[in-house]
Ligand binder design. Structure first.
Ligand SMILES: Nc1ncnc2c1ncn2[C@@H]1O[C@H](COP(=O)(O)OP(=O)(O)OP(=O)(O)O)[C@@H](O)[C@H]1O
Ligand SMILES: [Mg+2]
Length: 424
């Protein structure tokens, strides 16, 4: 565990911490080694594992790979463009992994830059990560960039002065990838929101970098509507993050691969490999295929298993971990629907030997296969729509492999098939 100060990700220091965060995977000690630990040693050992499980790993899901491949390609294509650079919008429902996908792109881009030795001056900042504040004004947007760059913002500075200072410093720092999260906070229905959107376009013109936007259901947010929106739509590709589906054999395999990867990353003493994979259907039913809920559930159960000394994740441990309101509400709704549609199943009564309906509680218990829920997405995790005006940024399978080697992706695992094979 580190006692170092934690800076927000939206500052240069916080971003640097995130990029430099090394692999903190604790070694699982054998029984003999454990016995040699005194009380303080055991406490420290468990604290390390608690810290590790509270974050666990980032899985290289299809959407993480696609955002990385698309983003890398755009950076290369935009390098010599003096204007009308193309960008990417990562959209989807809350908790589907948008922030994770774009920050992994940024992190790997920066690591790659460092490896290539092109970060000539030590002061170079290849990646900028900012979030759009609620009800953002143009000045607030410029101030977010200034905060990341560590520019002292004076309340006396007007919008034009901050904007000019930001554009100058970004060019000097030679940022070539700008990640703007929470883009849905731009409310284009208001005058302020429309002005802030114009400000963003102005910044994108002046800063010679590739701009990537991430936000909840961006298509419906108005960002792509109207004259301004059409201009953005003409230059930006869209990748949509979705929940993992569980309808077809291929979709189930993808979900199982995700669980297998997360299970392999556990560092618990009595957790037999494959136990979590057996609960794939149950896990899908609990989380509705949302990676954010799945991650919370597994990390929560792992932390509990260390704290209560059981050192393994079981169905009972998972049952005890509460989830977010959205996941619990979906689960309740699905159970209710199933109860309504299920004809009462008759079983022979042990005492009178006559057929009786089973209790509702019994009927509503999830099956070991979970609930098939076919969706439109073939991949189960992401879909990309070709951007208008011939943008070639989305839609093709990722070809870029540089940057995905394990040692460059601390806390990142590639999903493996249940049989242990790596995906192609
Ligand atoms: N590829 C991944 N591997 C492991 N965990 C992931 C991955 N993607 C997302 N998660 C987990 O899901 C949680 C939610 O992800 P993230 O914050 O990226 O979603 P989001 O779509 O940006 O959500 P929001 O709409 O609320 O901003 C994260 O805290 C992380 O724990
Ligand atoms: Mg997010």
């Amino acid at each position: 565990m580190t006692d170092a100060e934690n800076f927000p990700l939206t500052t240069r220091e916080g971003w640097r911490q995130f990029v430099d965060d090394g692999p903190a995977e604790p070694k699982l000690l054998g029984d003999a080694e454990l016995e040699l630990l005194d009380a303080a040693g055991r406490l420290a050992y468990d604290q390390d594992r608690l810290d590790y499980h509270s974050r666990l790993i980032v899985v290289a899901t299809p959407v993480v790979r696609q955002v990385y491949a698309t983003g890398r390609r755009l950076v290369l294509l935009n390098r010599h463009q003096v204007s009308a650079r193309r960008g990417l919008i990562v959209t989807g429902a809350a908790g589907t992994g948008k922030t994770t996908a774009v920050t992994q792109l940024g992190r790997n881009h920066e690591l790659l830059r460092n490896r290539l030795g092109r970060q000539a001056a030590a002061g170079r900042v290849p990646v900028v990560y900012v979030t759009v504040p609620p009800s953002a004004t143009p000045r607030m947007l410029a101030a977010e960039f200034a905060r990341f760059a560590g520019l002292p913002a004076s309340p006396r500075q007007n919008q034009a002065e901050i904007t000019n200072a930001v554009c100058d410093v970004m060019s000097r720092l030679r940022a070539d990838l700008v990640l703007i999260d929470e883009i849905h906070n731009l409310n284009l229905a208001t005058r302020t929101g429309a002005d802030a959107s114009d400000q963003l376009k102005y910044l994108a013109e002046r800063i010679p970098a590739t701009f990537i936007y991430a936000g909840v259901d961006v298509e419906g947010s108005g960002l792509l509507a109207g004259t301004r929106g059409r201009q953005i739509a003409g230059r930006f590709g869209v990748i949509t993050c979705q929940a993992f589906a569980y309808g077809t054999a291929a979709q189930r395999q993808e979900w199982q691969a995700l669980i297998a990867t997360l299970e392999q990353s556990l560092r618990l003493h009595r957790h037999a490999p494959g136990q979590l994979l057996k609960l794939a259907g149950y896990l899908h039913e609990r989380t509705d295929g949302m990676i954010g809920s799945l991650s919370h559930l597994i990390r929560g159960a792992a932390v509990d298993a260390i704290l209560d000394g059981t050192e393994k994740i079981t169905r009972e441990t998972l049952d005890r971990v509460g989830l977010d309101q959205a996941a619990e509400a979906t689960r309740t709704r699905r159970k209710t629907t199933r109860n309504r549609h299920d004809p009462p199943r008759l079983s022979r009564c042990g005492s009178c030997r006559s057929p009786h309906a089973r209790s509702a509680a019994r009927r509503s218990a999830p099956s070991s296969h979970g609930s098939p829920r076919p969706t439109a997405s073939a991949s189960g995790t992401c879909s990309s729509s070709p951007p208008s005006a011939g943008n070639s940024s989305a839609g093709s399978p990722p070809r870029q492999t540089t940057g995905w080697a394990g040692h460059h992706l601390p806390r990142t695992g590639s999903p493996r098939s249940p049989a242990g094979r790596s995906p192609p």
